[in-house]
Design a protein around this ligand. Structure first.
Ligand code: BTN
Length: 246
């Protein structure tokens, strides 16, 4: 990963650029990275605040031999690699299902996976990662100040972007290879060990519904299994969770 790097000063969105490059045949492992984004995309139609000179914004093009329904596993692979590197840099990072990475309950990084596929076959996956490395509170819009943080805020010192990116790409490649060779099992175990969501009472929001329950596990597809009041187990493949009580 990162042997071919397209590096930019500014882009609307690295995911968009990577998607176009992949469509035009760019090879597996190609990375698109930029200093700033003018239209950074978050999950569920949100924007990703992407000021210049501070943070890491990149997208990796992957061409995995996976059926499309298993593509969401790659997002969990990325969350594991990201959390490990954040810990290597000295923070106490955790994964919040499905793929937010948090320090002290505040969001420090996000992952946006986009897919081009037929029913039977993945053409390519664009794995987009944004890490707040050196943002300070004033770089975030007011409404995010209570919910977002950065590695520098957690550590009290500036984080070198190039070193962080190099560690992350190496570790991402290691986990992607392991996933390809041995399947989702090892990734799932590691994800569970790094997650703060399991064992919590949560409010779940999906496109279609909202309910409360106890987050018990993730299944082989990375879906969250939530025990609800009547005792049944709800399976949530896509959505957001919010912690109800400490
Ligand atoms: C989320 O909502 O948590 C996902 C955020 C993903 C942001 C990254 S920044 C690099 C890449 N390009 C984008 O436009 N988005 C992703």
């Amino acid at each position: 990963l990162g042997r071919i790097i397209h590096s930019h000063d500014t882009l609307p969105s690295t995911n968009e650029r990577a998607f176009r490059l992949a469509h035009d045949g760019a090879e597996h492992g190609t990375v698109v990275v930029t200093d700033q984004q003018t239209a950074g995309k978050g999950r569920r139609g949100r924007t990703w605040v992407s000021p210049p000179g501070l943070n890491l914004y990149f997208s990796a093009i992957l061409r995995p031999e996976l059926p499309p329904q298993r593509a969401p596993e790659l997002t969990l692979v990325a969350a594991v690699a990201l959390t490990e590197v954040l810990r290597e840099f000295g923070t106490e990072a955790f994964i919040k299902w499905p793929n937010d990475v948090q320090i002290g309950g505040l969001k420090v990084a996000g992952i946006l996976t986009e897919l081009s596929a037929e029913p039977e076959r993945v053409h390519f996956v664009v794995l987009g990662v944004g890490v707040n490395l050196n943002s300070q509170p004033e770089h975030f819009p007011e409404e995010l100040r209570g919910t977002a943080t950065s590695v520098a805020q957690a550590l009290g010192q500036r984080v070198p972007r190039a070193a962080f990116a190099a560690s992350l790409w190496t570790r991402l490649e290691k986990w992607l290879d392991l996933h390809l060779e041995t399947g989702f099992g090892a990734v799932r175990q590691r994800w569970k060990a790094l997650s703060s969501t399991l064992g919590q009472d949560v409010l779940v929001r999906t496109d279609r519904r909202e309910f409360q329950g106890h987050a018990e596990d993730i299944d082989a597809a990375g879906a969250l299994l939530v025990r609800v009041e009547d005792g049944s187990l709800e399976r949530v493949l896509a959505g957001d969770v919010e912690r109800l009580r400490p």
